[in-house]
Design a protein around this ligand. Structure first.
Ligand SMILES: Cc1cc2nc3c(=O)[nH]c(=O)nc-3n(C[C@H](O)[C@H](O)[C@H](O)COP(=O)(O)OP(=O)(O)OC[C@H]3O[C@@H](n4cnc5c(N)ncnc54)[C@H](O)[C@@H]3O)c2cc1C
Length: 497
């Protein structure tokens, strides 16, 4: 209890899930202190400002905005007073090595026409494929992703029982690539839809076809851009949290969760080289669950089989200020590799192909203040293996050259001299900046059909008062699921007022 007779809750980490959990707990009557190691909130969802350019540092694609709005509504606030976003008419522009250019329109009819015309995929096959993904969504999403899988209550609900009877329809017994080839019969369309496996750091040649649910979220609910860029999500949620009374303490590292045999009691931190103890009636860790056990709870037995699951892939990002504008580019752009299978084989082997698929995000297409006049803010990303102590300096130098060659070829201009400023993020810096094990973007990989059941629970089975949220635990990584993890973990906690 604190001086207001309110129970104290500590949230470790002000990543997007930690902020969401803080809001939910404060609304449940706790006094929440959210302790963050960095000097800024957001974790992966942060921003970089350099030489007149603004870049979103991590996530760039925003789907399911309703999960952000929900937090404002829970607090009886109008989301639009804090947070605004616009719908993208073009979800993404795709460039293939043979010169094919495809625009993925949000409008379904336009999208189907474009797919038929450019990728030679029949409308019937596409319609069947999209319907199948919708079915997977209906069977899995509300039942398995919006609820804890570690609670009997979840399995006793009628919708769960109905879903269990329909499990054969979620296509979990074959890989995404096998299913996509069988249905679409167009190599380029297969590559197009296989790419969605990377949305949670998986390999489409291994991950179950159940992951086709991911593109459904984008095509059914849309792709969005927050008014001031992705960081607007973090910023507006921190403002909401503070307005509710959540306290944030930055530049403070939690070193240990203090507990007795059964209950959490406090956290021990370092702040400005001094030790601090904060008492807590309950603790939610938004730190990667691997490091929560290894660093903060080294005195209890860790669930090794869950912690040692294969981790998702990571990313190498070049933030480039580009001294030119390109009409052929949009907010989201993909330059596909020629041999997609080889690209993932390399990632699995801990390497990077010489012809990686390159993703470019340019928020200045819509947010003019993100770049100076006649310039663009390019967030240039490739998927790479997670950190296994590779020679990253060498891999980064080679990849930088390969990316510049590829983009210069496909955009028909030498882009090297157009780069006026640069920042780089790689698996090592992702790990050191956010404490994500091996710099994996999404915790465990989803490369097998049991992956959803092999993520850590949102509640500790060992210590009363200890909970987990964030991309490394159930239901997984990516902003929508990280936000859901905050809901699921706080659903375990009773209101205290
Ligand atoms: C380059 C990149 C691109 C991505 N693209 C997308 C995308 O387009 N769309 C999408 O939906 N998702 C994307 N993601 C994934 C998404 O960013 C994450 O799933 C999500 O932000 C995870 O949030 P989180 O709260 O779980 O964790 P994090 O953001 O990792 O936050 C954890 C926080 O805890 C803090 N912390 C850790 N340990 C301690 C400690 N001991 N004491 C105090 N604080 C601590 C860290 O400093 C950090 O701030 C991307 C991620 C990256 C890195």
């Amino acid at each position: 209890m604190n001086s207001d007779n309110r129970k104290n809750a500590i949230v470790i980490g002000a990543g997007i899930a930690g902020i969401a959990a803080s809001i939910r707990l404060q609304l449940k009557g706790y006094q929440v202190l959210c302790i963050e190691n960095n000097s800024y909130p957001g974790g992966k969802l942060s921003e970089i400002k350099k030489e007149g350019f603004r870049f979103d540092a991590g996530p760039s694609l925003f789907t399911m905005p309703q999960y952000v709005d929900e937090l404002f509504l829970l607090a009886n606030k109008n989301p639009r007073d804090y947070f605004n976003y616009l719908a993208l008419e073009k979800t993404c522009v795709y460039f293939y090595e043979d010169g094919t250019k495809l625009t993925a329109y949000a409008d379904k009819e336009k999208f189907m026409n474009e797919m038929q015309e450019k990728l030679n995929v029949s409308k019937n096959a596409l319609q069947y494929f999209l319907q199948k993904s919708k079915t997977i969504y209906e069977i899995t999403y509300h039942v398995f992703l919006e609820r804890s899988l570690h609670r009997l209550k979840t399995f006793l609900r009628w919708p769960t029982i109905q879903s269990i009877f329909r499990l054969a329809q979620i296509d979990s017994m074959r890989s995404m690539n096998t299913a996509n080839e069988a249905i679409l019969k167009s190599d380029k369309a297969v590559q197009f839809f296989n790419r969605y496996a990377t949305y949670n750091g998986s390999n489409p040649y291994k991950a179950p076809a159940t992951l086709n649910v991911i593109h459904h979220l984008e095509y059914e609910f849309g792709a969005w851009l927050p008014k001031y860029g992705m960081y607007h999500i973090t910023d507006s949620l921190v403002k909401l949290a503070e307005s509710l009374g959540v306290k944030f303490q930055y530049q403070t590292k939690v070193e240990r969760i203090i507990h007795d045999q059964r209950n959490v009691q406090a956290v021990e931190c370092t702040h400005q080289n001094k030790n601090e103890i904060h008492n807590a009636d309950l603790v939610i860790s938004n730190m990667d669950v691997y490091h929560t056990y290894k660093k903060l709870l080294s005195d209890i037995e860790a669930p090794e089989s869950i912690l040692n699951q294969t981790k998702s892939s990571s990313a190498l990002i070049f933030y480039w200020g580009i001294n030119k504008t390109y009409d052929e580019l949009d907010v989201h752009n993909i330059f596909f590799s020629k041999d997609y299978k080889h690209e993932f084989d390399c990632i699995d082997a801990g390497k990077i192909t010489n012809d990686p698929t390159v993703y470019i995000n340019i928020t200045s297409k819509k947010i003019k203040s993100d770049a100076p006049d006649n310039a663009e803010n390019w967030f240039v990303m490739i998927n790479v293996p997670n950190n296994q102590d590779q020679n990253w300096d060498e891999l980064i130098a080679t990849s930088r050259e390969n990316i510049i060659d590829k983009l210069s070829r496909l955009l028909k201009t030498d882009i090297a001299p157009l780069i006026v400023c640069e920042e780089i993020l790689d698996p090592r810096s992702i790990e050191s900046k956010t404490s994500s094990h091996r710099g994996a973007l999404y915790g465990n990989s989803s490369n097998n059909q049991f992956a959803a059941f092999l993520r850590h629970s949102n509640k500790s089975s060992k210590l009363k008062g200890l909970y987990f949220c964030g991309g490394s635990v159930h239901p997984g990584g990516g902003i929508p699921l990280a936000l859901l993890s905050a809901k699921i973990c706080t659903d375990f906690i009773e209101h205290v007022e």
